[in-house]
Design a protein around this ligand. Sequence first.
Ligand SMILES: [Zn+2]
Length: 181
Amino acid sequence: MARISPSRILLRIVTRLLALVGNLWIRAQIRRHWRASRPLRPGERVHLEAYFDEELLSDVRIREVRSVSRPWFIRPLALFGLKLDMDFRSAAGITFGDLVLVSELGRGRTLPAALLFHELIHVLQYRALGIGGFALKYVDGWLSHGREYLRIPLEVEAYALEDRFRAGEIFRAATCWSRPD
Ligand SMILES: [Zn+2]
């Protein structure tokens, strides 16, 4: 029989707690921003049609914000020695379910296609995992990969597909995205 060490149990508890808090925060963000959000504009959509289903492109909502606000739980996390290696306030975009927030840093005259593409990969991930499942996989990925944003598997996947998009490759994102286990 394999014994689980106390530190592993503690890590599991921290992961679950943080995922729960993250889940609640994501839902609060959706409630806060949904009313002021808008659908994709034809000029944004045209760059994404080769990659995503019509239904997803119609459902996605965009909310333009000045900057992404920092979650309230970041400061308490730092007190426990869990410091984030990225600043939410400098994020160009962030996705909550079907809702994509784009900050001033992330938009010019029209929203950059690669940023939207990246965020829509997260929409696909949310749809496959559910909000709670996404939060859990994201937090678990962060804690188990050296707490490095760029090594979180959900981000690794989104950036890898974004690179192919930037290279001009045409593919269906839903079929090449690896389903969660
Ligand atoms: Zn991302």
